[in-house]
Design a binder for this molecule. Structure first.
Ligand SMILES: Cc1cc2nc3c(=O)[nH]c(=O)nc-3n(C[C@H](O)[C@H](O)[C@H](O)COP(=O)(O)O)c2cc1C
Length: 334
């Protein structure tokens, strides 16, 4: 059975919410989808998931939550036409083969993305993620193994180099592979996310693509603050798509219709929905404290926000947090 490659149907410019560990689980993706104007958001990614983990029954138990897709998210994906891509990481081509086969047999993702960008020490030491930059032969094997494991389209998310930009040789190599898209986070491994992204590297990747392989989409990533900023980057670089990471923390309505400004009640409603859905989805299996990083994104820019946030940070479970929100609502001035 041949699988349709959705990448060919995307029209530029398209927008993606970045894969983010402990952030873009099925719960948060559903919330972002529920606030988005479908013209403004086309792609979602799972958190990165270890191919080693996916290859063993025990390991699977430990990592499968990263690939979970709630039925309610799945329904919204169908309604909106937004595509969901599973992101995987590792260093052994055989494990990629098995993991890709497992994903294709057990889930309904639209594509597989390979993480070649994460700069975290403990991952890099395993020869994975950004440690793959410049490892041309191994990367060719990994992509081939992933393609053989499933018929899903394969994409790569990467950085520009290790210590220095190596955009020219690195992207030239990636453009020789049988992949559908490259997301370029416009920083080296060494830059982490501390220094500003250097978008001229995205422009360079686009010009290489235009010369070498017009079938591969180029997505730029790094420091996009709002939707208009993304469009400006497209105008400057001619990238096909824009990926938004931390910008969603500043505004969960990042992909909402033009001019939409959430009211205080809408912020509280979305937070409450997030807390309830998180508890329903994960029960005790994911720590409640992971939710705390989200409080600031909903609870800001109104009178009493800091005090409310403070109280929420003291909560240890859903019921306490909901009670705090309800008390705030009941006592807030009209
Ligand atoms: C909390 C957090 C978790 C992340 N987890 C992943 C991940 O699982 N996979 C990945 O490819 N990148 C991950 N990233 C990197 C982002 O996808 C993105 O490339 C980076 O944040 C730069 O984009 P931004 O400047 O728009 O935030 C993560 C970033 C953050 C802040």
């Amino acid at each position: 059975m041949s699988v349709k490659n959705f990448w060919h149907t995307l029209s530029a410019p398209f927008f993606a919410l970045a894969p983010m560990e402990d952030v873009t689980d099925t719960v948060f993706r559903e919330l972002v989808l529920s606030t988005a104007n479908p013209y403004k958001l086309q792609l979602l990614f799972t958190e990165f998931t270890s191919v080693e983990g996916l290859c063993h029954p025990k390991g699977r138990e430990a990592v499968a939550h990263r690939l979970r897709v709630n039925e309610s998210e799945s329904d919204l994906l169908k309604q909106t036409g937004v595509k969901l891509i599973a992101q995987i990481w590792g260093s052994d081509p055989e494990k990629y083969f098995e993991a890709a086969r497992f994903i294709a047999e057990n889930y309904s993702f639209d594509g597989i993305d390979i993480n070649m960008g994460c700069p975290v020490d403990k991952i890099v030491k395993q020869g994975a993620c950004s440690a793959l930059i410049g490892q041309h032969n191994l990367v060719t094997e990994i992509v081939e193994a992933t393609r053989q494991g499933s018929q899903l389209p394969v994409s790569i998310k990467t950085r520009t180099g290790i210590k220095q930009h190596q955009t020219q040789p690195w992207i030239t190599h990636l453009l020789s592979l049988n992949i559908s898209a490259i997301t370029l986070h416009a920083r080296t491994q060494k830059m982490l996310s501390l220094k500003p992204a250097e978008w001229e590297q995205v422009a360079l990747a686009v010009s290489l693509r235009n010369e070498l392989n017009e079938h591969i989409k180029i997505i730029g990533n790094g420091d996009i603050e709002n939707y208009e900023h993304g469009l400006q980057r497209v105008a400057e670089t001619a990238a096909d798509g824009i990926m938004v990471g931390r910008g969603i923390f500043a505004n969960p309505w990042f992909f909402a219709s033009d001019g939409f400004v959430p009211s205080l009640n809408q912020k509280l409603d979305l937070l409450e929905k997030h807390i309830r859905l998180y508890a329903k989805t994960w029960g005790q299996s994911r720590n409640f404290s992971i939710l705390k990083r989200f409080f600031k994104i909903y609870i800001s820019d109104f009178t009493g926000a800091a005090a409310l946030r403070n109280e929420l940070m003291q909560c240890n479970d859903k019921d306490q947090a909901i009670a705090v929100i309800h008390y705030f609502r009941d006592t807030m001035p009209d």
